[in-house]
Design a protein around this ligand. Structure first.
Ligand code: 13P
Length: 233
């Protein structure tokens, strides 16, 4: 399974050094992907954990102040990049078209995109889950080859579940995963949103899940170890 760790905007320089030493002690057969902030990305080195970023510029190198290009990420050893996280869609007002451009920049540089999609509580209550997800998926992957689609990772992160301690029922997750597979039958699909060492036993019953995108738990190494142990059961 894939376990991607989204540190979000956490850990300063010293904290990150300590954190990565602790992380490296973890013994697991799962594929761990660490996505630190851009600043900490250059500090990371590991033979067993892969490196990912939390974002990428929708453009290449050039006069784009404050942006980090896919080419730069690649030179720092990033193999994966999260795009379209709901926090960026909300706070940075990232558009569907921008996310599509980011996806293209990543593929041009052999970086695997981890495309985040998910609905709000309101959208779920209005019965609009499939409509929202379909739009997020189709605009992102427009024009992509079958081969590139198969390389992608999708993270289903219901917005109402992120950081709230509330997770969907297994049936709700299964329905969404089946739906995603109608567009991307070969892509890996992760679940994200309050996944932790306590609810992993329940989530683990869902055979369609290829892995997890962890926010809060990524920062708690001891609890992360328990999560990984339970995942391997
Ligand atoms: P939490 O695990 O803190 O709910 O965050 C999920 C997430 O947004 C990962 O990208």
């Amino acid at each position: 399974m894939i376990v991607a760790l989204n540190n979000k905007s956490n850990l300063d320089c010293q904290e990150f050094q300590h954190y990565q030493e602790e992380l490296k002690k973890i013994k697991t057969n799962e594929t761990l992907i660490l996505c630190p902030t851009f600043l900490n990305l250059g500090q990371f080195s590991s033979d067993t954990i892969s490196l990912g970023s939390q974002n990428v510029s929708s453009r290449g190198n050039g006069a784009f102040t404050g942006e980090v290009s896919a080419l730069q990420l690649k030179s720092y050893g990033a193999k994966y990049a999260i795009i379209g996280h709901s926090e960026r869609r909300e706070y940075q007002k990232e558009s569907l078209e921008e996310i599509h451009e980011k996806l293209l920049r990543l593929l041009e540089n052999d970086i695997t995109p981890i495309l985040c999609i998910g609905e709000t509580r309101e959208e779920r209550e209005q019965g609009r889950v499939e409509e929202v997800l379909e739009q997020e998926i189709l605009t992102a992957i427009e024009g992509m080859s079958e081969e590139d689609r198969a390389r992608m990772i999708v993270a289903y992160e219901p917005i109402w579940s992120i950081g709230t301690g509330i997770i969907p029922t297994n049936q709700e997750i299964e329905e969404v995963f089946q739906f995603i597979k109608t567009f991307l039958p070969k892509a890996s699909i992760l679940y994200g949103g309050s996944a932790n060492e306590e609810n992993i036993d329940q989530l683990n019953q869902i055979s369609l899940i290829d892995g997890y995108l962890l926010g809060g738990l990524s920062l708690k190494v001891e609890k992360l170890k328990i999560f990984l142990q339970k995942l391997e059961k």
